[in-house]
Design a protein around this ligand. Structure first.
Ligand SMILES: NC(=O)c1ccc[n+]([C@@H]2O[C@H](COP(=O)([O-])OP(=O)(O)OC[C@H]3O[C@@H](n4cnc5c(N)ncnc54)[C@H](O)[C@@H]3O)[C@@H](O)[C@H]2O)c1
Length: 443
């Protein structure tokens, strides 16, 4: 890993935004500005593990491809996001940031960003009203590019803030659930500007969703509960990119893993990867820990709660807090739920059995831990930075559809990451290139 460590990370946006005093000098709304120094130290730490983004930032500093572009970002306010903000600023953009989830904001990171002159609107634990107030605050900058994790900015621009649409060149989207929402908008022919599905880049979903979610989901569960995973039965709902990662890591900890799926190919893959596969109705009675990562609603619902063992723990790592049917659980419970330790709520059912829910059913990795390691966010946010550059350059010429980043970006990002990790690979010879592009030669 030593090859990936960068020395001498600067303070977030140091000496830039305030001097220029542009839109980013807009007020911030954060929990505690006094946390800035602690936040800055953690932002610097994340920067050490983000060599690809650092190289893009160096180029941005020279070329200034985002000069004068206003970018409104609605992302998890984490240390890695702070490094992305810094990169966009280095490219000449004016950036305002709000949270993409009420529980994922790291207040110290928000303070560090605000101290460095960014306009930040995010408080950990904010209620729904404040969440949307903050979305409106960043949209007030009249963005030309928006950056989403879950499509909330785009959704707002297509409803309450349609007046801003003529000024929007395009948007980027970080996660699977956001891409699903945007594709639905496109299919109904209602999408009003181009969107780059950053999630659909290979250097995003194959690493962030699988290894990032896999590791950080277990990290969140352990920080909240400190349970022993070895010897326990872990039920993973959804065997997509995130589910594969969670199942793989739970197995690595020594759990017996059961997978629940609705899609036959994925279910078969899980079975051949060595996991037991069965419907949630059966798995419910067997699991000690349940993790839902489907992007779907009411995946763990009333019928499952009724069958669960006493003390079963339920967590969600899918984007929205809809996967665990909390309303049903509240109705089933005697007490309506009580917090027994931070981010752990206990529901006692009439049968006397107790079901424990982590982080109120919100993203457990970001609510109970720090989200993905910086090393994977390096590639996700390299994609974001290149997507913003592409929109600034070509947004006007792109159709109002959901686009993928050109494949050459994936290859560039992967090559930079390999280099940073000190890994060399083979090259095709001229003869191999010829062979691979011809059809004549057979047995
Ligand atoms: N926690 C994080 O930090 C993080 C990171 C990336 C993505 N996500 C979110 O995680 C979710 C999953 O993302 P992904 O990339 O793995 O998506 P994916 O489309 O690759 O996988 C989702 C899987 O869930 C299955 N599924 C759908 N409904 C189901 C149900 N009722 N029961 C069982 N399985 C069901 C689908 O068949 C699919 O195989 C999305 O909401 C995404 O936005 C979270």
């Amino acid at each position: 890993m030593a090859g990936a460590v960068l020395e001498g990370a600067e303070a977030v946006g140091k000496g830039s935004a305030r001097k220029r005093g542009e839109v980013s000098a807009m007020k911030s709304d954060i929990t505690n500005p006094k946390l800035a120094a602690a936040g800055q130290a953690r932002v610097d730490w994340a920067g050490r593990f983000m060599p690809v983004l650092a190289q893009i930032r160096e180029r941005f500093e020279k070329e200034r491809p985002l000069k004068g572009i206003r970018i409104a970002a609605c992302l998890h306010v984490t240390t890695e996001t702070a490094q992305l903000m810094r990169t966009l600023k280095a490219g000449g953009a004016d950036v305002a940031l709000c949270a993409s989830n009420p529980l994922s904001t790291q207040d110290d990171t928000a303070a560090a960003l605000a101290a460095a002159g960014f306009s930040v609107h995010a408080r950990r634990g904010e209620d729904n009203k404040t969440y949307y107030k903050h979305i409106d605050s960043v949209l007030d900058m009249k963005p030309q590019v928006t950056m989403d994790d879950g499509a909330d900015l785009v959704s707002r621009l297509h409803t309450e803030r349609r007046d801003l649409v003529p000024g929007v060149l395009g948007s980027t989207e970080e996660t699977t659930t956001g891409v699903i929402r945007l594709k639905a908008l496109e299919q109904q022919k209602k999408l009003l500007f181009p969107v780059i599905a950053v999630n659909d880049s290979q250097t995003k979903f194959m690493f962030d969703n699988r290894y990032g979610t896999g590791q950080s989901t277990l990290d969140g569960i352990l920080r909240a509960t400190n349970i022993l995973i070895a010897g326990s039965v872990v039920v993973v709902c959804g065997y997509g990119w995130c589910g594969r990662g969670v199942a793989m890591r739970a197995k690595g900890f020594g759990a017996h893993v059961i997978v629940c799926e609705v899609e036959p190919v994925r279910a078969l893959e899980a079975a051949m990867d060595g996991f037991e596969v069965m419907p949630i109705a059966q798995a419910a009675a067997k699991g000690d820990l349940f993790v839902s990562v489907t992007g779907d609603a009411k995946v763990i619902s009333e019928a499952a709660f009724k069958r669960m063992k006493d003390g079963a723990i339920v967590a969600n790592s899918g984007h929205f807090n809809v996967e665990v049917d909390l309303e049903a659980l509240k109705k089933l419970s005697k007490n309506g739920g009580r917090t027994i330790k931070p981010e752990v709520e206990e529901f006692e059912l009439r049968s006397g059995r107790r079901v424990l829910v982590l982080a109120g059913g919100r993203l457990v990795n970001l609510s109970c831990a720090e989200g993905h390691p910086a090393e994977v966010m390096d590639m996700s946010f390299a994609n974001q930075a290149l997507a913003a550059e592409w929109l600034a350059k070509s947004g006007k010429t792109l159709a109002p559809k959901v686009h993928r980043l050109p494949e050459k970006f994936d290859r560039q990002i992967a090559a930079l990451k390999l280099k940073a990790k000190g890994i060399q690979i083979d090259r095709l010879t001229a003869e191999q290139k010829h062979y691979l592009s011809s059809w004549e030669a057979g047995t």
